[in-house]
Every structure is written in structure tokens, then in C-alpha cells.
Design a protein. Structure first.
Length: 241
């Protein structure tokens, strides 16, 4: 799931990747919304909020939203630099290493929010999660050659509409029936991604209300376990990853 890339990836690998990390993103996004009232990975909404505050000359909130967007981009850039370095050195497990970094970051963030009680816990939470969501989105985009996105579902929802329309045209004999299995496979992948994000969001609210900030540490530990399983395991055939 976290090794083979681009044309070597199977549908099963993309589905496992999408469902797992979309659920993680959904949980973290809804928990952040529960705490501060907006999302850490929804850059469309954050840029729209930035526009609103700029139009109203509300500079302090505008600076905050600029910071969220900039930190998300920084997380994506940081992840990409790690991936590029790993690929230059033929490190097939560099994607798993990035997920390990995300997991460690979540454990650290959860620990700080739980035990150190920062002066602005909501601010630290949203900024750190934005960096980590940017990192995760870059990993998923690069490893799947942009077939999978997990930290937001606008593009995924668009893809669902596209595949439904293509299948509708197949039924109308406007498109070749030979392509129907491919369209259906893509539709299933995108639908499962959206449902996983939704399920993760519901679980994130429940876990945050039950555990508080330690739930972030729990998710981090799960990602660490997933990454270490990949990094320490033996994986012989890219086509089967």
C-alpha cells in the first residue's frame, strides 16, 4: 500500500490507501472543527474565509488564514522533498517513512495538547494539523499518481460525478462498453474514499468527545504501526502492493 507507485500500483493498493488515510483525515478534520470551528485541510474554505476577512479589512483573522494555507503548502513541499530524495536514492519505502513522520507528529501534537496546555491550544492544533495534512496529501498524490486524494473530498466528489456520467453514456451506447469495467472501478474507488472520509469524521467526533486530545495520539500510533509494518516487512512484488 505504501510502496509501489504510479503504473505499478494495483486497484487494491489504491483502495486500501484511500480508505485508510481518508478515514484518518476525516477524523482529524472533524476533531479540529469540534475544537476551533473550521477545518485544517479544507483549503478552499480557508481561502474563501481569507477573502472574506480581507474584504472586511479584518487583518488579524486574515493573517491566521494565510498562515493555515501557507503551512499546508509547506507540509506538502516538505513531503515532496523527502519523496524526491528517497526516489533519487531508490528508496521504495520513502512513502512509508513520510507516513511515519506524520504519525510521530500526531503523537507529539497530542502529547503537547494533553499535558503541556499551550496558551492557544486551538491555534496550535489547527496549524500543526494543516502541516500534517499537507504532508499526507502530497504522499497520497505522488504514490498514486494523483488517482487518490484523502484530505478533502471536493475532487473526489467531482470524480464520482464524472464516472457516473461515463457509465450513463455507456448505457446509452455513446461510449464503448469495453471501458465500463474501468469506469466502474474508478467509481468504486472514489465512492469508498468519500465514505471512508465520512466514517472517519463520525468516529473522530466520538473519539474526541470520549478521549479528548489523546485521541490524536491514538491515530498517530496507528499510522506509526502502519508505516513500520511497511518499512520493516518484506515486499517482493510491486504489482501486488
Amino acid at each position: 500500500m505504501l510502496i509501489s507507485t504510479e503504473n505499478f500500483r494495483s486497484y487494491t493498493a489504491d483502495t486500501q490507501l484511500a480508505c485508510t488515510l481518508a478515514a484518518v483525515a476525516g477524523a482529524l478534520n472533524t476533531a479540529a472543527f469540534e475544537v476551533v470551528g473550521f477545518f485544517s485541510a479544507n483549503m478552499t474554505g480557508n481561502v474563501s474565509s481569507l477573502s472574506d476577512h480581507l474584504a472586511k479589512a479584518s487583518l488579524a483573522p486574515a493573517i491566521f488564514f494565510v498562515s493555515i494555507v501557507a503551512i499546508f503548502i509547506t507540509g506538502s513541499a516538505f513531503s515532496t522533498l523527502l519523496i524526491n530524495a528517497g526516489r533519487r536514492n531508490n528508496m521504495r519505502k520513502v512513502y512509508a517513512f513520510n507516513i511515519l513522520v506524520e504519525g510521530v507528529g500526531l503523537v507529539g501534537l497530542g502529547g503537547v495538547e494533553t499535558w503541556l496546555t499551550p496558551q492557544s491550544p486551538g491555534v496550535m492544533l489547527i496549524l500543526c494539523l494543516s502541516f500534517l495534512m499537507g504532508l499526507q496529501n502530497a504522499v497520497v498524490t505522488r504514490i498514486s499518481n494523483a488517482r487518490v486524494r484523502t484530505t478533502h473530498v471536493s475532487g473526489t466528489s467531482t470524480d464520482i460525478g464524472i464516472e457516473l456520467a461515463m457509465l450513463f453514456d455507456v448505457l446509452r451506447r455513446k461510449e464503448s462498453p469495453k471501458e465500463a469495467p474501468l469506469y466502474f472501478e474508478r467509481l468504486k474507488l472514489h465512492a469508498l474514499t468519500l465514505l471512508s472520509f465520512l466514517a472517519g469524521g463520525v468516529a473522530g467526533i466520538w473519539l474526541y468527545r470520549a478521549l479528548g486530545y489523546p485521541f490524536i495520539m491514538l491515530i498517530g500510533l496507528l499510522l506509526i504501526a502502519l508505516a513500520l509494518h511497511t518499512m520493516l516487512g518484506r515486499h517482493s512484488s510491486p504489482a501486488n502492493q
